[in-house]
Ligand binder design. Structure first.
Ligand SMILES: [Zn+2]
Length: 111
């Protein structure tokens, strides 16, 4: 797992070679914490919030046991834990979409 601050993407390399690049903004919009879920339930975006630093950035990323990963965002928000399961499902959905579009990642392993 790598955070590329210059490009604002999080890259996750899965054990089977599937590589996932997640734009930080999309990661933040999917923040699974109770606060952000509440905002989405009211049809509000969890980011940007009034006074949010722009562009969005990540100050740190931390593994949460075997469970998942948490980010410390540059506005101080750090309560969301992203379970691996959810990230993996996201990766597979994107991968499937890319394959359907005939644009599979060029360095994906051949099967
Ligand atoms: Zn949140």
């Amino acid at each position: 797992m790598e955070v590329d601050r210059a490009r604002s993407v999080v890259t996750i390399e899965w054990d089977d070679g599937l590589r996932q690049e997640l734009p930080l903004v999309e990661v933040r919009l999917r923040c699974p914490c109770a606060t952000c879920r509440g905002l989405r339930d009211r049809d509000e975006d969890p980011w940007p919030r009034p006074g949010s630093p722009n562009p969005l950035g990540v100050d740190g990323a931390e593994l949460v046991g075997a469970w998942g990963i948490s980010f410390t965002w540059n506005d101080g928000h750090a309560t969301g834990i992203y379970p691996w399961e959810g990230l993996r499902a996201w990766a597979e959905a994107e991968h499937a979409e890319a394959e359907r579009a005939g644009a599979a990642h060029p360095d994906a392993p051949e099967s």
